[in-house]
Design a protein around this ligand. Structure first.
Ligand code: HEM
Length: 444
């Protein structure tokens, strides 16, 4: 392995004085490195930009912070760049903009140098402000292990965590990273939009259109609060249960296969990887439900209904009996809802990198797994208590359709029942053994 010299004795060269080159230089200087700039200014005299030759000659590590279109001039520096480590930090404006990755093109132009692709996933802003939880990682790839080691040591001294992605053929993948728009959020957001649209139209037909057609009543104003306060919690509950469904499917697969060493299908892997995003979107929907619920007492419609019923009782000189069962039921579902929401918030907060980094793996998995199932249990119970015995009334099934909350209970109930079965001592023991590496050998 190459010996590292003290940062202050190592001159580093940066080609390019754009935002990234400038920020990188500042960060290197702050970390004790000596930095030499090479700039390619249009008004420079002669074919070589001023300073570049000095720069290339004096440094072993050269950061190429210029656009790919300008790489051509590096061909004039071939002798100076021989044996040097060139770090390609460039990105493109769109995918497949060029037939080969920028770093591979650079390697072709300067065959005597060792090209390493890296730092391209960081913004100039992240470089200036120093690594924070969200942008601590620097991806590297390159054909020379020694060159990668040199770059990795520099990145580590700047406070970044290095992730080696292999040879230079991985450069295209690294160059595509910054072009991806919230890739791990795509599936959860699409699901949220799909479920919201489905339940909105389903409830619109059941609640508003049904009343208009069957009772000639216009209650379209209900779209704004009543309908929203049904759609949001329903979508939230379904999405929360979808965070835990892949876990129980994975457990069932492991039990069925009798080993943990067989890979899960791709779709299950991808599903597991976006559970955090699924949960955070679900939490946002639950928060909307809570906000809408706070609004109920001040709604004109609700205040009007309460006043009208009081006046009619006075007029008819009658009082309604206090129903302890209703009091119990409503208080229970409010209370269970609040507990569920409290745990939901805890799950959301602990999934944030700055909080999860402060937890041990055991603490993190305790909260996300055990408390996660308790959250799902509370939210499901809240909905069952809300529904109570409404399922017995024929009027509930408008146009033979079940109410939205009943549909929202299907997936959570399945997840909770299967989880309960997995917790049975005999099943749990087998699953634990499989997860500890034991394999079932089927008789021939
Ligand atoms: C329904 C309160 C948290 C899921 C309701 C209703 C209220 C309520 C008052 C009846 C709404 C109506 O009559 O239209 C609360 C309170 C919560 C809470 C005070 C916590 C502070 C949650 C959470 C979930 C949830 C965390 C799970 C995601 C539901 C569902 C319904 C419902 C699915 C049935 C919606 C429908 O079809 O009418 N909740 N809730 N709630 N809640 Fe909550």
């Amino acid at each position: 392995m190459k010996k590292t010299s003290a940062p202050e004795q190592t001159p580093l060269c940066i080609f390019g004085t754009g935002d990234l080159g400038f920020s990188l230089g500042r960060r290197l200087l702050q970390s004790g490195y000596r930095v030499v700039y090479g700039s390619r200014r249009p008004h420079s005299c002669g074919p070589l930009p001023p300073g570049t030759q000095v720069c290339a000659q004096s440094a072993n590590l050269v950061f190429i912070c210029i656009h790919r279109e300008n790489y051509g001039f590096l061909e004039t520096l071939l002798p100076e760049l021989r044996g040097k480590v060139l770090v390609d930090v460039s990105n493109n404006l769109k995918k497949n903009q060029y037939p080969e990755a920028n770093a591979e093109y650079l390697q072709r132009l300067v065959p005597g140098a060792h090209v390493v692709k890296g730092f391209n996933t960081l913004s100039a802003w992240a470089l200036q402000n120093g690594p924070s939880d969200a942008n601590r990682q620097v991806y590297l790839c390159g054909n020379s292990a020694e060159a990668k080691q040199t770059v990795a040591e520099t990145a580590t001294k700047l406070g970044f965590t290095v992730l080696d992605r292999g040879s230079l053929s991985a450069a295209r993948e690294l160059e595509d990273f910054p072009l991806q728009l919230f890739p791990e959020w795509r599936m959860p957001l699409r699901l949220a939009v799909g479920l919201t649209a489905f339940f909105f139209f389903y409830l619109l037909i059941r609640d508003v259109i049904y009343a208009y057609v069957e009772q000639q009543k216009d209650i379209s104003f209900r779209i704004m609060v009543s309908l929203a306060n049904k759609v949001f919690p329903i979508v939230s509950l379904i999405m929360l249960s979808l965070c835990y469904l892949p876990g129980v499917i994975a457990a069932l697969l492991q039990l069925y296969r009798g080993t943990k060493y067989k890979r899960f299908p791709d779709w299950l892997d991808r599903w597991m990887l976006c559970r955090k995003q699924l949960g955070l979107v679900a939490l946002a929907f639950a928060s909307l439900h809570v906000l809408y619920t706070l609004l109920i007492p001040i709604r004109y419609y609700v205040r009007y209904k309460v006043a009208a019923s009081t006046i009619s009782q006075i007029k008819e000189n009658r009082t309604s009996e206090f129903d302890t069962a209703i009091a119990w039921r409503t208080d229970s579902y409010y209370s269970v809802g609040i507990l569920g929401f409290g745990l939901y918030l805890l799950l959301g907060i602990t999934s944030l990198p700055s909080v999860s980094n402060a937890l041990s793996w055991r603490e993190f998995s305790f909260i996300q797994s055990k408390l996660g199932y308790v959250t799902l249990l509370f939210c499901t119970l809240h909905t069952y208590l809300y529904g109570w015995n409404k399922f017995l009334r024929p009027s509930t099934y408008k146009w033979y359709t079940p109410p939205g909350y009943m549909l929202s209970l299907i997936v959570p109930t399945v997840v909770l029942v299967v989880k309960l079965l997995l917790l049975l001592p005999c099943v749990d023991r087998t699953l634990t053994r499989i997860r500890q590496g034991w394999e079932r050998t089927d008789p021939e």
